[in-house]
Design a protein around this ligand. Sequence first.
Ligand SMILES: O=C(O)CCC(=O)C(=O)O
Length: 248
Amino acid sequence: METQVAQLREHGYVVVPRFVAGDRLADLNRVARAELGARAEPLEFEADLRYPGAPESRSAAGGETVRRLLGAYDRDPVFARSATTEGLHDWMEAYFGERTLMSRAHHNCLMTKHPLHGSLTGWHRDIRYWSFAREDLVSVWLALGAEEIDNGALWFVPGSHRMEFAGDRFDAAKFFRSDRADNAAILRSMHSPRLAAGDAVFFHCNTLHSAGRNQSDAVKFSLVFTYHAAANLPTPGTRSASMPEVAL
Ligand SMILES: O=C(O)CCC(=O)C(=O)O
C-alpha cells in the first residue's frame, strides 16, 4: 500500500490490481447491469454533454444513451459497500493522513461507455467539478470489465497533477487545449494503463486525463467514487457542499 500511495503522489495515478475479485466483482457486475436495465433516475445522458461522438439531442438516434448512472452510493448496498471498504479506509488514511470522507457531489456514479453513441472525453482535470479548500481529492475508478484503448479506457499524463498552468491553457469548459503547441508537448507523455476486470485506478483531482470512444461491441462499466480529507472542507454554497458526505 505504501508503494501505491507513493506512486499516486509521484505520478498522479496508480493502478491497484485486483482491487475487487471473485463474488464481490460478480455482484457488482450483476447490480450494474440491472441498474442500467432499469434506467432509474438520476441519469446523465450522452446527449446532455454532447462530447465528440454523442448524439445531438435526446430525440436524435441514440439520444437516450446513458453516460452516468448518478448517485451510485445510494442506489444499492453492493455499490455502497464497495465505496466504503476497510481496504479503502486504510488506503485513503495512508494517503491523506487523517479521517477520510467520500463526496456525493460528483462522480459517485456508475459510468457506462456504449459502443454506439458513447462519446470521447477531452483532456481535463477533475477539480473542475468541485470546489474545496484544497485541491486534494482522489478518485477511485473501478473497472468492472477489462478496459483498454479500444473500448475507451482512460489516458493520463504522468506528473500533471503537480504542473501549474495559466487559465488560457484551458478552454471555456475547462478542457486542456490540445490545439496549443505547449499543451501538445505535455500530452506527448500520455499513457493508458490497461485494466483487467476488478482492477482500479486511483487518480488525483489535478491529473490530466481523457478517454476515447468505445470501439468494441460491449458496453464498458466503471464504478467511480471520490475521497478527500475530513479537514478539507467543501466551499459553502457550492455544489460540493450540497450533499451529505459519507465517512469511511
Ligand atoms: O470515460 C470517459 O469518457 C472519461 C470520464 C472522465 O474523465 C470524467 O468523467 O471525468
